[in-house]
Design a protein around this ligand. Sequence first.
Ligand SMILES: *Cc1c(COP(=O)(O)O)cnc(C)c1O
Length: 410
Amino acid sequence: MDKKGFFGNWGGAYIPEVLYQTFQELQKEYDRCRQDPAFWEEYLTLMSTYSCRPTPLTHAENLSNYFGGAQIYIKREDLNHTGAHKANNVMGQGLLVKRMGKKRVIAETGAGQHGMATATMAAKFGLECTIYMGEEDVLRQRPNVFWMEKMGATVIPVKDGSRTLKDAINEAFRDWVTNVDDTHYVFGTACGPAPFPEMVSWFQSIIGIEAAEQIMKYHGKMPAKVYACVGGGSNAMGIFKRFLEEKDVELVGVEAGGHGADSGAHAIRLNGGDASPGVAQGYKTMFLQDEDGQMKHTHSVAAGLDYVGVSPILSDLWEKKQVRFESATDDEVMKALDLTMKKEGIIPALESSHAFAGAFREVANLSADDAIIINQSGRGDKDIFTIAHAFADPSWKKFIIDRGKEYSAQ
Ligand SMILES: *Cc1c(COP(=O)(O)O)cnc(C)c1O
């Protein structure tokens, strides 16, 4: 990253004047933490006692035998507290907030996963917490809203625009501008104005650091390829960062192919999609936008991949051909999920299942003494409504209807 927060042609910090000082303060604190080995130690202690670090690297022997190619290893970020890699970022930012002496955190959330993680962190650190969520998402994601409120967070439904994630981001920025003195905005992914892309990637880099050590121990050499799904790009950056140092490891990011690249219903920004460079939400990256710069509608069966922008660091790595990008359609993703459950007894999140689908397509081309690592960013329990619906499970449908009737009768 150069001084102005750019990664090659991408990134930067396009922020309103009133936030200038706050960003400088954040940058300064982040720089101090990076140079202080005691901070990383504190982070590791927190993550090994409150979450589940180091997370295991699982040798998926049944899947490896099934495909007959490389040995498949799965990095188990699903075993983190709150069920996904998001904990790495929010707990790290929580430590930073404590150092800055701020008393309140805010966050935006789409599907609710980042809101959940932030509410958890706020409860643990005794911080006041406000979560902005599009009104549409509040209705769709009731279980997450329920838990956030139970952990003491205030969830504010945003009624503007399309009442989804991007409107929630705008509202969170509005809050921040008004309350900069005591409030920190916990950004959820490796996007947004500098220093967020780099800072979030740094906290997530623990994934790759552990995975590199584990694969050396179990397999004796570096993997041939590493796969991760790409929403905003934080779990991908988290596992890729360490392996960027290894010239022979190919890094593969898998985006949401939705109903297919030509359908207009996807979130493909880097793999030959129709995204274009733009500046929005405080940074420059490849956005899915029309000629007037209006953000397009995106779609994915996985709520966490359904985003118009992507990490400026990944746009840079894409341009420099250091990461290859692929996409997987909703249908491919359901098949990969089904196979992983049956063969390994592991339930990946729908987001993570994109990385599995991308890997499954190619793994037979490698030899048995090669290894690949798939980053399982989260667990699929949260997706039970979507998965049961996609598998058209009749007894699940009956269960939901009966529970509804039970409630109405009370
Ligand atoms: C939020 C989420 C993602 C997408 O976010 P990234 O910043 O791209 O990692 C992926 N997987 C899971 C399980 C998530 O909850």
